[in-house]
Design a binder for this molecule. Structure first.
Ligand code: NAD
Length: 362
C-alpha cells in the first residue's frame, strides 16, 4: 500500500514522541512492503514562531490532502501569555474543525505490567477494556465567548445532527466490542444535556436495537470510572466532559504517556495523537514515554489505512516491551528507567519477530 501521512511534531516532547512513532511506522513499512510518504509540517508554538499562525494554511491543506495525520502535542510556557492574540491550542482546534473530526476515540486498556503505576488498586484494574468517544468539534469549547470588565461567558451549544453522528459512531464501535454504551451528560442541569440524552436514546433505539444504551450523569461517572472501571465498554460524551473524563481514565493505565487517540470524521483522513500535552517539564531530555504516540500510529494504520494486522502487531510489540519491563521514568521504579530511544528500539526489535496476528496474513 502507498499512503501519504502528514507528521506534525508540534512543541515540547512532540518532536521526540513523533520521531519514535515514525521509526515504528518505517519498520512496519519495511516489514510489510508498504510505502508511507511522510510530509512534515508546522503546528502550534513552532508554527507561531515561524509564521505567526498556529495553523499555517500550508499545514491545513497538506492535512486535507493526506490519508492520515500523526501529531505530537502543542503548547508550552513560551506561548502561554493569556493576553496573546494567537495561541498554540488554536492550531489544534482549527485543525480538528478544518478536517471535520467530530469523534475522538480514546481506548484505555491497563497493561498487567503497569498496574502498579496506577494510583487505583490493581484488583479494580485487571480486565479493564474501555473506550471513550468524545465529541470534538462542538460544545462549550467552540461556543461564542464574551468578556467584559466584570464578567465572562462561554456558550455551550449542540445541534441534533452533531449529537446523532457521534452517538452513531459510538454504537457502531460497541457492535464490534461488548455492545454496551454509556452516554454521559448533565441532564439534571443543562439543556444541551437534555437534548443529548433524548437524541442518544432515539438513535440507539431506532438504529442499534442490539446495543444496550445507559445514561450516566457526569459527576457520578467521574466516581464510577475509578470505583468500577471494568463495568464500562464504550462511553460517549460531549466535548468538555470527554476532555476531563479521559484524563481521569488515563490514570487507570498508569500514565498519561501510554494512551493513544484517534480523531475521525466522515472522510478518510483521521488525526492520531497521544492524549498527553507537550510536557514542557521533561522536554528535550529524551525521557518521554513514546508509547502513547506509537499506539496512535497503530490506530492510524487501523482506522485510516485499514491495516488491521499491522496495527495489532504494533500493539502486541508495545505490550511485549512493557511486559519485559522496558519502561520510561513515568512508569519505572526509581533508577531503572529506560530512555525514549531505548523503549522505541525495543518496540522496533519486537516488530522484527514473528507477530501472531500478522502470521495469519503472511
Ligand atoms: P501534559 O500532558 O503536557 O503533562 C502533564 C504531566 O504528565 C507532566 O508532568 C508531564 O511531564 C507528564 N507527561 C505527559 N506526557 C508524558 C509522556 N509522554 N511521558 C512522560 N510523562 C508525560 O499537560 P500539561 O502540563 O497540563 O500541559 C503542558 C502543555 O501542553 C500546555 O501548554 C497545554 O496547553 C498543552 N497541551 C496540549 C495538548 C495537545 O497538544 N493535544 C493536550 C494537553 C495539553
Amino acid at each position: 500500500m502507498r499512503a501519504d501521512i502528514v507528521v506534525l511534531e508540534g512543541d515540547g516532547i512532540g518532536p521526540e514522541v513523533t520521531a519514535a512513532a515514525v521509526q515504528v511506522l518505517q519498520a512496519v513499512a519495511t516489514r510489510y512492503r508498504h510505502q508511507f510518504q511522510l510530509h512534515r509540517h508546522l503546528i502550534g508554538g513552532a508554527a507561531i514562531d515561524a509564521t505567526g499562525e498556529p495553523l499555517p494554511a500550508a499545514t491545513l491543506q497538506a492535512c486535507q490532502r493526506a490519508d492520515a495525520v500523526l501529531l505530537g502535542a502543542v503548547g508550552g510556557p513560551k506561548w502561554s501569555d493569556p493576553k496573546a492574540k494567537v495561541r498554540p491550542e488554536q492550531g489544534l482546534l482549527a485543525l480538528r474543525k478544518g478536517l471535520g473530526l467530530y469523534a475522538n476515540l480514546r481506548p484505555v486498556q491497563p497493561h498487567a505490567a503497569t498496574l502498579g503505576a496506577s494510583p487505583i488498586k490493581p484488583h479494580l484494574l485487571a480486565g479493564v477494556d474501555l473506550i471513550v468517544v468524545r465529541e470534538l468539534t462542538g460544545g462549550i469549547y467552540f461556543g461564542d465567548k464574551q468578556r467584559s470588565d466584570t464578567s465572562a461567558s462561554d456558550l455551550c451549544e449542540y445541534s441534533v445532527a452533531e449529537i446523532e453522528r457521534v452517538v452513531r459512531r459510538a454504537c457502531e464501535l460497541a457492535r464490534g466490542r461488548r455492545s454496551h454504551v454509556v452516554s454521559v451528560d448533565k441532564a439534571n442541569v443543562l439543556e444541551t444535556s437534555r437534548l443529548w440524552r433524548e437524541v442518544a436514546s432515539r438513535v440507539a433505539r431506532e438504529e442499534f436495537p442490539d446495543v444496550t444504551l445507559e445514561h450516566q450523569l457526569v459527576d457520578s461517572m467521574a466516581m464510577h470510572l475509578i470505583a468500577k472501571p471494568r463495568a464500562f465498554d464504550v462511553i460517549v460524551t460531549e466535548n468538555m466532559f470527554g476532555d476531563i473524563l479521559t484524563d481521569e481514565a488515563s490514570m487507570l493505565a498508569g500514565s498519561l504517556g501510554l494512551l493513544p487517540s484517534a480523531s475521525l470524521g466522515e472522510g478518510k483522513v483521521g488525526l492520531y495523537e497521544p492524549i498527553h500535552g507537550s510536557a514542557p517539564d521533561i522536554a528535550g531530555r529524551g525521557i518521554a514515554n513514546p508509547c502513547g504516540t506509537i499506539l496512535s500510529a497503530a490506530l492510524l494504520l487501523r482506522h485510516s489505512l485499514g491495516l488491521e494486522a499491522e496495527a495489532a502487531c504494533i500493539e502486541q510489540a508495545v505490550a511485549a516491551v512493557l511486559d519485559a519491563g522496558v519502561l520510561t521514568a513515568d512508569l519505572a521504579p526509581a533508577g531503572e528507567a529506560a530512555t525514549t530511544a531505548e523503549v522505541t528500539a525495543a518496540v522496533q526489535a519486537q516488530l522484527d519477530l514473528p507477530c501472531h496476528v500478522a502470521e495469519l496474513r503472511d
